[in-house]
Design a protein around this ligand. Structure first.
Ligand code: NAG
Ligand code: NAG
Length: 440
């Protein structure tokens, strides 16, 4: 019975770097986000940057039951003129925890002046997870600077502020008071560590601290540290992804343990020139090797009831297997798959890859490329000679560093040809390969 087959629900997919839309089809604006689970509902609080500015517009609130399909609710926190959370201030990295004793949700965030000079935390409260929250105050915890921050709540409900302090030189962990309105004592300091964008997971009795280093909006290799107590001593830092990828061009914002096998690394791919187009970079975080490592995935899905994740496998088509046009040329470098890529694409140079199998429905395609510039490039991609779509290609950190970007295409059922670079007036990145997924 075809009817039965059609009723099978396919898991929605997570596509790092894609334009992620909510259930109304609007781009999700929840950057620098924090996550909270209440009953079976997940809440995502983040920075609404639809106005493409660093200044405060709103802390948004989204809900989901599967961490993949998100519905926008009301704004959780909005600007108040004449306060430290006006439209000319900075409100970043909102994180919410529930205070059981007071039956109250408490939001902490990085609260700052537009030049990041005041370096404070802000606190707001609400009786419901999405708020609206009532702003209490902004202050320097224990009198010291606080910029990038996160929260960690332990099983006994004790909650800790994780923060970059002392001009981002020293990273600190301090305990909140019983109301979660203030910081009461310092628990740990990792001196001269220059860490920001922190998150903590406790797994099998071990605390894992995840953080980036400080390089402004640019990505860097994010690290993890371990300790048997939040007071430390903390281990030396170690990478969570191959260092050259600069955490697949992302910065940590939150780390969520799903079960002892895996968690989720939730990161931001910041785009400072167009902040509202910054993308979410979520990957499985696996302990299969004994230490937490990002599992690189173009397309993946979660099954929370089974406690599993699945990385989609696609079909690879090497760029050098295509036919070249204009000035396009074969490049050799061991960093590329099969040792070859196509360079000098765009600005007249094209590559057309034939015999690509399609499903007849929209499907994800990942472009693997290298862009050694210090700025983003763009390329065009067209299917069967149709109109070209433009794909952004963030700088990869070197001409021998390959990253991937997703694009959703509609291929015919059967064979297709895909052309990269046609009509572009600028040079595109070097193309290593494309991987075609059946998922949409
Ligand atoms: C999730 O896993 C459960 C248990 O293995 C299975 O019954 C269910 O079909 C899975 N859901 C999806 C969407 O794959
Ligand atoms: C936080 O506690 C300190 C004392 O440790 C106090 O000086 C400060 O006023 C308190 N701040 C707030 C916002 O309650």
């Amino acid at each position: 019975m075809a009817f039965v087959a059609f009723s099978i629900t396919h898991a929605a997919v997570i596509v790092p770097g894609a334009t992620w839309t909510d259930t109304s089809g609007t781009v999700i604006q929840a950057h620098g986000g924090g996550f909270l689970k209440v009953g079976s509902t997940f809440y995502w609080h983040g920075e609404d940057k639809a106005h493409n500015s660093g200044l405060f517009r709103a802390v948004s609130c989204y809900t989901s039951s599967d961490l993949t399909t998100w519905t926008r609710q009301n704004d959780a926190l909005t600007p108040i003129s004449g306060t430290t959370i006006s439209t000319s201030n900075i409100v970043e990295r909102p994180k919410v925890v529930f205070n059981k004793a007071n039956s109250e949700y408490v939001m902490w965030f990085h609260s700052d002046s537009s030049n990041y000079g005041s370096a404070q935390v802000g606190v707001a409260t609400s009786k419901t997870p999405c708020g609206p929250y009532t702003f209490k105050s902004s202050f320097r915890p224990l009198g010291a600077e606080s910029r990038d921050m996160g929260l960690f709540q332990d099983a006994a409900q004790t909650t800790y502020l994780l923060y970059a302090s002392d001009n981002n030189q020293n990273f600190k962990i301090s305990k909140l008071d019983s109301n979660y309105y203030n910081v009461s004592s310092q628990t740990s300091v990792i001196s001269a560590s220059t860490l920001e964008s922190p998150g903590v997971i406790k797994r099998n009795g071990v605390y894992y601290l995840f953080a980036s280093h400080t390089s402004g909006w640019d990505p860097n290799p994010n690290k993890f540290f371990t300790a048997s107590s939040l007071g430390g001593p903390w281990s030396a830092q170690a990478d969570i992804a191959p260092a050259a990828t600069r955490t697949y061009f992302s910065q940590n914002t939150f780390d969520m343990l799903i079960n002892s096998n895996f968690g989720i690394y939730m990161g931001d791919r910041w785009r400072p020139s167009l902040l509202g187009s910054s993308r979410y970079m979520w990957f499985p975080l696996s302990w299969a090797s004994g230490k937490p490592q990002i599992v690189q995935a173009d397309v993946w899905s979660l099954n929370l009831s089974a406690g599993t994740y699945t990385v989609a496998s696609g079909t690879t088509y090497e760029a050098e297997g295509g036919s070249l046009g204009g000035g396009a040329t074969v490049l050799s470098n061991s960093a590329f798959s099969s040792g070859k890529a196509i360079g000098w694409l765009g600005n007249g140079g094209t590559v057309t890859i034939n015999n690509i199998q399609g499903t007849g429905s929209p499907q994800w395609v990942a472009l693997y490329y290298a862009n050694g510039d210090s700025s983003w490039r763009t390329t065009t991609i067209s299917v069967n000679g149709g109109s070209a779509v433009t794909v952004d290609q963030p700088n990869t950190g070197g001409g021998s560093v390959v990253l991937s970007v997703p694009v959703k295409l509609t291929l015919r059922s059967g064979t297709n040809s895909i052309t990269v670079g046609s009509g572009g007036t600028n040079y595109a990145a070097d193309l290593d390969k494309i991987v075609v997924y059946t998922a949409a």
